[in-house]
Structures are given as C-alpha cells and as structure tokens.
Design a protein around this ligand. Structure first.
Ligand SMILES: [Fe+2]
Ligand SMILES: [Fe+2]
Length: 289
C-alpha cells in the first residue's frame, strides 16, 4: 500500500527541526507554506478590539482567561472523568513532539528581547530546563510519563503518527520565536499559555489519578509552576512596554493565535482518542497513525 504523504504541517516541522541543526539549510517551499498559514490564521481569527497599550492588553487578556474558564468543555470533562488508559495514551502521543522538545525553541526569542525583558523570560526558561538538573527538566517529566505508559521515546516515531493540528501547535512557536516580525506576538502567546495551563491541565491530573498513572508530574508540576510563569509573562510584557518594544496589538494577536491553535490541537487529539476507541482497535498500532 502506498504510504500517505506527510501533511504540510509535518513537512514544516521537519524543516524547522532540521534548520535548528543546520542553520544554512535551504528553506524550500516550507516558509512559503508557513507564511500563508499564519496569514490565514490571523485573518480568520476573532480578535475583539481592546483599549490601546499595555493596560488594554492586560485587561483584554484577563477577560479572555475568565471567559474561557467559564465555558464548559466537554472534552476536558471527558479526559478528567471518562477517558480510558488507551485513549489517554493517544492524547499523550499527540503532544509528545512538544513534550520531547519542550521549550527548546524558546531560546531563540531571548536575543530578540531587550536585556530587561530577557530576565523574566530567562526565569521561565530556567524552570523549563529544571534549573540545570536534567531530572527536573519538563521533557524528562514527559519521558517518565511515556515510560510508565510503555510508549516509545523516539521523536521520529511520533512524527509519523500525530495529527496536523498537533504539528501546528509546535510549529506556531517556531514562527513566533524565529520569524514573526515582532517578539510581541511571542510575548502575548507565552503569557496566555502560562496563564491558562494551571486550570487547563486539571483534567490531565484528574485522569492520571483515576487511571493510577504515577508519573503525573508533567501535568501537576505545570499546574504549580505556570502560576509563577504567568506572573513572569506579565513582567515580560511590562518590561517590553517600558522600553517601548511592545506592540500591544501584535501581542493581542499572539494571544489569540495561541488560544486558537492550542484549543484546536487539544480538541482534535481528544476526538482522535475517542474515535479510535469507538473503532475498537486501539491495541493495533495502525490506529495511532
Ligand atoms: Fe513546561
Ligand atoms: Fe511554563
């Protein structure tokens, strides 16, 4: 049988990872695809107007977080209360490319920030990499989870299986850090994500408890540490505003890009897990594709 062609998002990810290893690598069509994808996302996204400047941005962010917290999520409830262990493995699979390379691409935002703005970002990075202790790096926490679930640790294994929406989530950060015309997009996106993860990951922690998964630290640690990272995100935005490098409009768009793409990846992963279960063929490796 003829193998399916990788999706354009998978191709873009392959290019992104390859170029980190070899910065002189030719872009080929990947960056054209990336440009069109981001333009399409920015154009089609509901992005209500907010008061101009930092205060309007922070008020808009707080309002968005509250609105999202009030919205019931059937998928989150399902993960927390009903998802089976095999379905959970598919959910873990869908975010494995991110988990296995966690925060590595964030290094590239640092030289694009002023020295003052680098400090809160650096404090976030120190936690992401376990304060220099590999055992505490967030990727190691993900590896521990994969080990307990009996899943491979090989990035290539997951690259041939995850959905386009899962690639979109990781590719977004390559664009934000390396190619967005302004680091404000990244500053908005990271502040949004660090702010919502403590509540967003509650369903994962509940699922681990219910399914007797001991390696829940990837999720429980994020519920703890991202409360502090959300504060650092606001310090980052304030430092950028203070030295006049913040474009609040672009930061607001970054917030909405992150919200839309993360939400889409999560929903698609939960749907994939549930559909695979309904097919009753979860134990067969092919359905993880
Ligand atoms: Fe993390
Ligand atoms: Fe974080």
């Amino acid at each position: 049988m003829k193998a399916a062609l990788p999706s354009p998002q998978a191709g873009l990810y392959e290019f992104n990872r390859g170029r980190l290893r070899n910065p002189s690598r030719e872009a080929g069509p990947s960056l054209d695809f990336e440009g069109a994808w981001i333009l399409d996302r920015l154009g089609g996204m509901p992005c209500p107007s907010v008061e101009p400047g930092l205060q309007g941005l922070l008020a808009g962010l707080n309002k968005l977080i509250l609105e999202e917290a009030e919205q019931a999520s059937e998928s989150s409830d399902y993960v927390a209360q009903r998802m089976t262990r095999d379905e959970f493995k598919i959910l873990v699979q869908e975010f494995s490319v991110d988990g296995l390379t966690e925060a590595q691409v964030f290094y590239y935002i640092l030289p694009r920030l002023s020295l003052e703005a680098q400090m809160p970002m650096l404090r976030i990075m120190i936690d992401e990499f376990g304060s220099g202790n590999l055992q505490c790096a967030h990727t190691t926490l993900y590896v521990n989870l994969l080990n307990e679930l009996g899943m491979p640790l090989d990035l290539a294994y997951y690259c041939s299986r995850i959905e386009s929406t899962s690639f979109e989530f990781v590719n977004l950060f390559f664009w934000l850090t390396l190619r967005a015309d302004d680091p404000s997009y990244f500053a908005g996106a990271i502040t949004y994500l660090e702010s919502v993860i403590p509540s967003f990951f509650a369903c994962y922690v509940q699922a681990c408890e219910r399914l007797n998964i001991a390696s829940h630290a990837y999720y429980s640690e994020h519920r703890h540490i991202d409360v502090f990272h959300a504060v650092e995100g606001r310090r980052l935005l304030r430092a950028m505003a203070a030295d006049q490098t913040l474009d609040a409009n672009k930061a607001w768009k970054g917030i909405h890009l992150a919200a839309q793409i993360t939400g889409g990846a999560f929903e698609a992963a939960v749907v994939k897990a549930r559909q695979s279960s309904q097919l009753g063929i979860l134990s067969r490796d092919e359905v993880l594709r």
